[in-house]
Design a protein around this ligand. Structure first.
Ligand SMILES: [Zn+2]
Length: 274
């Protein structure tokens, strides 16, 4: 074994030690939500990202043999918090969620805000405030595991509706997610990817990466398989809401040289009408 090989091997070992090695279990829940469980095998700590449905969440925990310690809430919407009260009563878990929505999240124990570190066993997640879909929406980024949970802010080839924020606010939130390492795995609140691809093709039909993603997604959807997780890199290449700087998109919308948040806002408006 040459020196270079040894160096490469020890570097790989270091990288592996750096990874906190969270185990992830994603499952469909309600009509089109995703439930996600994250588990630290060393400490047995387990968190649910949101609690869309108590019964289905408890069944998923039972199936994995994991004991819930935390719920990390992304935003107050009922289809993300409906299970909070029952799951907390059944498991004694601690519920963390955005301080700015504290009044509308059932069972909230710990309020979190931008830059807070959420500890799950040995893993550390950073809170990123991503308002726009709701006024206090947060995402949870676990840098050592290269994973981000974005709730209803960003979807694969789509983004959340602007229900409590304007285009400028949402664009600022999306830019924070776009700046994460490109290999970061992206877990979202819903499986909307097939419909999103159909819309995206009306905005940027000449995008080869998008066309390839649309075919892949159509095949997965037909088989009833999940199209998530995605990655930041994949979304940067295919998601029209992250691509207002694309000359082809600006030309199609007749918005050449306009502010990126305005181009984003127009794309969002067209999706609302699609
Ligand atoms: Zn929502």
């Amino acid at each position: 074994m040459g020196d270079a090989t040894v160096r490469a091997a020890s570097k790989k070992g270091m990288l592996e030690r750096l990874m906190a090695q969270l185990q992830i279990h994603q499952f469909p829940t309600r009509s089109d939500n995703f439930g996600v469980l994250i588990h630290d095998p060393k400490t047995e700590a387990t968190a649910a990202i949101d609690a869309p449905d108590a019964e289905e969440l408890l069944a998923a925990l039972h199936e994995k043999g994991w004991t819930l310690t935390h719920i990390l809430v992304t935003h107050h919407h009922h289809d993300h918090t409906a299970g909070n009260t029952i799951v907390k009563r059944m498991t004694g878990c601690t519920i963390l969620g955005p301080a700015k929505e504290a009044g509308s999240i059932p069972g909230l124990d710990v309020e979190v805000k931008e830059g807070d570190i959420v500890e799950l066993g040995g893993a550390k997640g950073r809170v990123i405030e991503t308002p726009g879909h709701t006024k206090g929406h947060v995402s949870y980024f676990f840098p050592e595991d290269g994973i981000v949970f974005v709730g209803d802010t960003l979807f694969s080839v789509g983004c959340g509706k602007l229900l409590e924020g304007d285009a400028k606010t949402m664009w600022a939130s999306l830019k924070k997610l776009m700046a994460l390492p490109p290999e970061t795995k992206l877990y979202c609140g819903h499986e909307y990817t097939d419909k999103n691809c159909q819309f995206a093709l009306t905005i940027e039909p000449e995008n080869d990466a998008l066309r390839a993603r649309a075919s892949e997604v159509a095949a997965l959807t037909e088989k009833g398989e999940a199209t998530l997780p995605s990655t930041i890199a994949q979304e940067l290449a295919t998601n029209p809401f992250l691509r207002p700087s694309s000359p082809a998109i600006q030309k199609r919308l007749g918005m050449e040289g306009r502010e990126l948040w305005e181009v984003f806002g127009e794309t969002r408006k067209r999706k609302d009408r699609f």
